[in-house]
Design a protein around this ligand. Sequence first.
Ligand code: GLC
Length: 451
Amino acid sequence: MNGPAPAAPGAFISSLESCFALPLNEITSIVRSFHEEMDRGLSGQSSSLKMLPSFVDVPRGTEKGSFLALDLGGTNVRVLAVELDGRRNATVPAVSTFAVPPGDMEGTGAALFDFIARCIDSFLTEHTIDRNNLYDLAFTFSFPVAQKDIASGALIAWTKGFTARGVQGEDVAGLLRTALKRNSISCINVTALTNDTVGTLAAGSYLDPACDMGVILGTGTNGCYREKSSNIKILNGYVSDEYMIVNLEWGNFATLKRTGYDMHLDEASVNEGSMFLEKMVSGMYLGEMTRLVLIDMIQRELIFLNDPDATEHFSTKNSLKTEHMSLIQGDQTTELSKTDRYLKSMGVTSSTLPDRLLLSHLCGIVSSRAAAISAAVVSAVLTWLDPALEERHTVAVDGALFEGYAGFEAAMTETFTLLHGNNADNIKLMKCKDGSGRGAAIVAAVTASKQ
Ligand code: GLC
């Protein structure tokens, strides 16, 4: 593998640190090229940022009513009932979560959408919802979609390990409507289609009018923000609203310094050659990145020397999960006994304390880069809106990486301070749990209020 070459762990680790480090000048250059790519994407030139118009603006906070939301994120499908009281409160009286069977992610589109329809069916039954009424449902489909209006849009390309056949290029709201019909569910009216970032921004701004950005740091990663419609050249003046939310699809941002491990991870993925930022940042990939470095360290005899089978314990792709990294990095016990327990569960029964410290350090190197890149792209979007960061900006963030990874938010804040000094205080990251689902219902309400 094309990683660093020295022999002692200390030398290897410092070399690894410099491969993964993001000094200020590199972060600044990420911000600069991100702005260039935003500009190109908005004007319809070729760009690694798709800058997808969402056909909706943020809510006013006065929207009212009951809506259903369906959220296909990555690993789960969630179905929610959402109540909006018209005074900035969005409550969720009913929710059901279903794990997407791996076979349905990789099978036919019809099987995937039938599974989703059955999730809605189970939700209606579980919460004894009267099927004689008609319910407006907002569909959060967390993949890149080319929309021409709020209620439909064609999948551009699958991300996050999905490969279901016959969906790319098709209207995913239409596929859902057809699957509902096929499964005899006639009480659902699909009125809006949104990306999860757009839902998160809608949920954040329903609560806090200073919220002008939505971010997902979970299985995948992405961001959206409010743009002046007149700046979205690809709309050709088609929309009369002054502002519209734009989905950046920043997971595909490509101007980043990549290591040999990044290239190896990309080559082994189902979407080789795309989503470079997502593969360096998001929860679906950080564990795998760490596993690749760890295997390299084992083979160089820098770690787990007491265990001749150590390579085999980590030989399965994706066997080291991002949750494990968080557990290891968050282990505060003096002997790193939680880490030891985890290693034993993987078959490494004789790790030493220096082994465990080294592993913890490795997790830190991989996750710090992820947090620094995340902060860099959040900063890029905010300085696009407000170059000197003179005003307060609330950034609504949803996703298990941000919510659950030990020290991730703190590491992002360090990068904000490095970039903006005291003005970094103007960036407020707001955890927006279930934002994508709640927000989709808010989008449905904004849509309904215009009809
Ligand atoms: C992937 C998808 C994007 C989504 C993100 C977070 O990057 O392409 O649409 O917002 O994951 O779920």
